[in-house]
Design a protein around this ligand. Structure first.
Ligand SMILES: Cc1ncc(COP(=O)(O)O)c(C=O)c1O
Length: 450
C-alpha cells in the first residue's frame, strides 16, 4: 500500500526529538497500584500500575523509551522471548471520551463493545465512569462482571447467534438481555433461558461503513411479524430493538432509517399489547474527529430523531460503541529488529532502498489492516540521532510471511536496528485479535493516564 507524502501528515524529519534515556525514570510522575505492570492482554484481576503523564508528545516518548528498556531488561533476565512491541493504553483518553459521549448524547447510555479492545483496565475504567457493556461471549461477560457490572442493568449480550453454553452462562450470571434476529435463536433461548429479555436486531443499510455487518446480522423489516409471532408462541419476552449501521460509518444519516424502523417495530409490538422499553442504536461511531464524520455530527442526527420517535422517557436508549472509546487511546511502539539495504544493482525503478523488519506486524497488532481495513498512521521515529532525509522504504512485520507487510512503500529517514517507531491511534480491533504466529509474543500492555 503506497503511502503518499501527504499521508505523512505532521511527521517531521527536522527537529528530531532527542531522547534522554533514564529521564522518564527520574521524574515525579505518580502511579496508581503497587504491582509491576504485566502483559494483561488476557484477563487478570491484578491491578496494574498506571503512570500519570503530562499530555505532551515529549513526555510520552520519554516514557516509552523507559518502558521499553525496562521490559527488555525484564524479558532477558527471565529468559522470555523478545519484546515484540508495547501497547500503551491511555486511560485518561478513555475517560475523556466517556465525558464527550455524555455531553453529546446525554440520553444514550454507552455500552462499551468489549470486542473492540478486551482489556480489563479499559473495562474497569469505563465501568467506573458509568458505562455498560456489550458482550459477545461468556468470556466478555466474565470480564464485565468482574469489574462490578450488574448483569441486568449494565450488560447486553449482543450477539445474535450464540453458543448454547454461553446462553446458559449468561443466565447463571444474571445477564438476561440478549439480541436475536432469527427464529432458531429464539427456540434456543426459550429452551435455555426462558426468562431472557430478548432484543430484536433489525437490518440496516451499512453501505457507508468500513466494516460491514448486515451481510451477517439483522432481520429484514418484512420478517419482524414472524419473529414477534414466534416469540409469543414460545412465551418469550421481547423488550426492544437493536441495530448496527456497520463499523466506521462515514455518514451520520446512516442512523436515521434504522431509528425510524425501530419505532415501527415498537408500534408493531404495541399492536400486540407489548410495550417495548429498550432501543439500542449499536456502534459505528468514529474513534476521532479527524475523518469524514465527527461524533458531534452523528449526535446531531440521532438526538432529534430520538426526541421525535422515542419521546417516552421510560424507553431506555443505549448504544454499543467500541472504536469510539479505544481508537485514539492506544499507542503502539515497536523496535526495528532487522534491516536490509537494497543494493543499487538489484533495485528496479520503484523498489524501496531499504527494507525494515519491525517487532510487530499483521499477525500481531497490525491485524487491523486485514480485519478492520485500517491504514495505520505513519509512525514517529524515536531516536536520539538526527534524522536523515526520507528514503523510499518498505516496512515488514517480524514473521516469515511476505503478507506480513505494514507499508509496501513509505518514506522514512534511514533507521537503524533498535530504533523505536511509535504508531498512534492503534486501539480499535488491534490487540483484540493479535496472535502468536511464528512464536512471536503479543504486545505487552502498559497503562498511562494523561
Ligand atoms: C454487535 C456489535 N456491537 C458493537 C460493535 C462495535 O462497533 P464499533 O466499534 O464500530 O462501535 C460491533 C462491532 O463489530 C458489533 O458487532
Amino acid at each position: 500500500m503506497p503511502v503518499s507524502p501527504s499521508f505523512l501528515g505532521n511527521f517531521s524529519f527536522k527537529n528530531p526529538f532527542s531522547i534522554i534515556q533514564g529521564l522518564a525514570d527520574s521524574h515525579n510522575f505518580a502511579s496508581r497500584g503497587s504491582s509491576t505492570a504485566k502483559n494483561l492482554c488476557h484477563f487478570e484481576s491484578v491491578t496494574p500500575s498506571v503512570v500519570k503523564l503530562p499530555s505532551t508528545p515529549e513526555a510520552l516518548q520519554q516514557h516509552l523509551v523507559s518502558e521499553y528498556n525496562k521490559a527488555e531488561a525484564e524479558a532477558s533476565a527471565s529468559d522470555l522471548s523478545a519484546v515484540s512491541s508495547i501497547m500503551s493504553i491511555d486511560l485518561g483518553i478513555i475517560e475523556r471520551q466517556y465525558d464527550k459521549w455524555t455531553d453529546l448524547m446525554p440520553r444514550v447510555r454507552p455500552f462499551f463493545a468489549v470486542k473492540s479492545n478486551p482489556d480489563p483496565e479499559i473495562v474497569r475504567t469505563l465501568h467506573e465512569a458509568g458505562a455498560g457493556f456489550d458482550c459477545a461471549s461468556a468470556h466478555e461477560i466474565n470480564m464485565a462482571r468482574s469489574v462490578g457490572a450488574d448483569g441486568l442493568d449494565d450488560i447486553i449480550y449482543a450477539n445474535c447467534c450464540k453458543f448454547p453454553a454461553d446462553i446458559a452462562h449468561a443466565k447463571s450470571h444474571q445477564v438476561p438481555t440478549m439480541t436475536f434476529d432469527n427464529t432458531d435463536e429464539l427456540e434456543k433461548i426459550a429452551q435455555i433461558s426462558p426468562d431472557a429479555k430478548c432484543v430484536l436486531r433489525i437490518v440496516t443499510d451499512d453501505s457507508n461503513s468500513v466494516c460491514r455487518l448486515s451481510n451477517k446480522y439483522g432481520t429484514p423489516m418484512c420478517d419482524v411479524e414472524l419473529l414477534l409471532d414466534t416469540a409469543e408462541r414460545l412465551d418469550l419476552s421481547v423488550v426492544g430493538v437493536s441495530f448496527h449501521v456497520g463499523s466506521g460509518t462515514s455518514n451520520p444519516q446512516s442512523f436515521a432509517e434504522p431509528i425510524k424502523n425501530a419505532a415501527k417495530v415498537f408500534e408493531q409490538a404495541r399492536e400486540r399489547g407489548i410495550e417495548m422499553n429498550l432501543l439500542d442504536v449499536g456502534g459505528g461511531f468514529p474513534g476521532d474527529d479527524n475523518g469524514t464524520v465527527t461524533m458531534a455530527q452523528i449526535a446531531g442526527v440521532i438526538n432529534p430523531l430520538l426526541d421525535r420517535h422515542f419521546p417516552d422517557p421510560n424507553v431506555r436508549i443505549i448504544a454499543e460503541p467500541g472504536r469510539f472509546f479505544v481508537h485514539a487511546a492506544c499507542h503502539l511502539s515497536s523496535r526495528v529488529m532487522a534491516r536490509r539495504l537494497v543494493s543499487e544493482e538489484s533495485r528496479e525503478k520503484d523498489d524501496p532502498e531499504v527494507l525494515y523488519y519491525l517487532g510487530d506486524g499483521v499477525y500481531g497488532s497490525f491485524n487491523c489492516m486485514l480485519f478492520d481495513h485500517y491504514v495505520p498512521p505513519a509512525p514517529a521515529v524515536i531516536t536520539d540521532r538526527p534524522l536523515s532525509p526520507p528514503q523510499h522504504s518498505r516496512l515488514f512485520g517480524p514473521t516469515c510471511d511476505g503478507l506480513d507487510t505494514i507499508y509496501e512503500s513509505i518514506e522514512l529517514p534511514l533507521l537503524e536496528v533498535g530504533d523505536l517507531l511509535l504508531f498512534k491511534h492503534m486501539g480499535a480491533y488491534t490487540i483484540a485479535a493479535a496472535s502468536n504466529f511464528n512464536g512471536i509474543s503479543k504486545p505487552l500492555v502498559r497503562y498511562i493516564s494523561t
